[in-house]
Design a protein around this ligand. Structure first.
Ligand SMILES: Cc1cc2nc3c(=O)[nH]c(=O)nc-3n(C[C@H](O)[C@H](O)[C@H](O)COP(=O)(O)OP(=O)(O)OC[C@H]3O[C@@H](n4cnc5c(N)ncnc54)[C@H](O)[C@@H]3O)c2cc1C
Length: 276
């Protein structure tokens, strides 16, 4: 492994999807002398466990815009950085059980249209045509997002890391940051392998972000507002009906999301991934 640099413009702490994306985007903006520190292997944190659903739906304009950008980035990333990835754009059906939920969907659909996305509102029977296994008796309507899909989060992170490295960025794995201090206008990032002087530090430490954030408190930093939650999904065995449908249709079922009952259901090979 290369020696730890002693200076960098930016030091990013954390090599999950967020840290790797920050490193990649800094390089694209021309900041190619940045360093990412990962205490373990890249993707060792939450990124390793993510189901990898890639929605564009949001009730917030800016989050929707960020997610729209991500879907556009992911579509071209494998070719751009020459790192193959599993990215399935399956579309998603978001179920509404009430009139009020439909109003929320209509608002989101119009925001999406303004951002150039073809988000549609469907009747329950139109939705059933896209998802024949669905019962529709208690539905008020459905939002269809053709851009929704799923990506392999570890492959995505490695692709971003490769793109960043190819543009000159440095990644140091198995190098935990242990603290920071200020010297003049510079930050000094401390590690067990030495210190790095830099202009900026990015805290991308995932569920450790609050702990890393504490280091900045003596220099005017604030508590990083977050809490850690455990989250899980269940993978089913293969379902013969899904296998038969997939062979006939030649593709995957769209993702189902039901925020009223609170789950997503995704086709995973010929079975399901249920995320409560
Ligand atoms: C079961 C599950 C399902 C999920 N499903 C989805 C989904 O479908 N879609 C979706 O978008 N999101 C999903 N998520 C959420 C997603 O995984 C996280 O939002 C995302 O991975 C966070 O990325 P991150 O880079 O911020 O954090 P992490 O991946 O946790 O990366 C932080 C990194 O920082 C490193 N680190 C910490 N402290 C230090 C230090 N002092 N020095 C150096 N390195 C340090 C850690 O080792 C870690 O690798 C899911 C999460 C779980 C658990």
């Amino acid at each position: 492994m290369a020696e730890l640099p002693t200076t960098a413009r930016v030091v990013i702490i954390g090599g999950g999807a967020v840290g790797a994306s920050a490193l990649f985007h800094l390089a694209k903006a021309g900041w190619t002398d940045c360093l990412l520190l990962e205490k373990n292997e890249l993707t060792a944190g939450s990124t390793w466990h993510a189901a990898g659903n890639v929605p564009t739906f949001s009730s917030s304009w800016s989050i929707m815009n960020l997610q729209r950008y991500s879907t556009e980035l992911y579509r071209g990333l494998a070719d751009a950085v020459e790192y193959p990835m599993n990215y399935h754009v399956t579309g998603a059906l978001r179920l509404a059980h009430t009139k009020e939920r439909m109003q929320e969907f209509e608002r989101a659909a119009s925001m999406g249209r303004y951002q150039g996305m073809d988000i549609d509102i469907l009747t329950p029977s139109e939705a059933q045509a896209r998802y024949p296994f669905m019962e529709t008796h208690d539905l008020a309507g459905v939002l269809y997002d053709p851009n929704d899909g799923d990506i392999d989060p570890a492959q995505l992170t490695q692709a971003l890391a490769k793109g960043a490295r190819d543009m000159g960025q440095t990644i140091q794995r198995f190098t935990p940051a242990t603290g920071v201090r200020r010297e003049g206008d510079d930050w000094i990032v401390e590690t067990e392998k030495g210190e790095i002087r830099c202009e900026y530090v990015v805290n991308a430490a995932g569920y450790y972000a609050q702990r890393v954030g504490e280091w900045f408190k003596p220099f005017g930093g604030r508590t990083v507002p977050m809490m850690v939650m455990s989250h899980q999904y269940l993978l089913s065995e293969e379902v013969p009906e899904i296998e038969a449908w997939t062979k006939e249709a030649g593709g995957k079922l769209p993702l189902l999301r039901d925020v009223d009952i609170s789950y997503y259901l995704r086709q995973e090979k010929h079975g399901f991934n249920l995320g409560p």
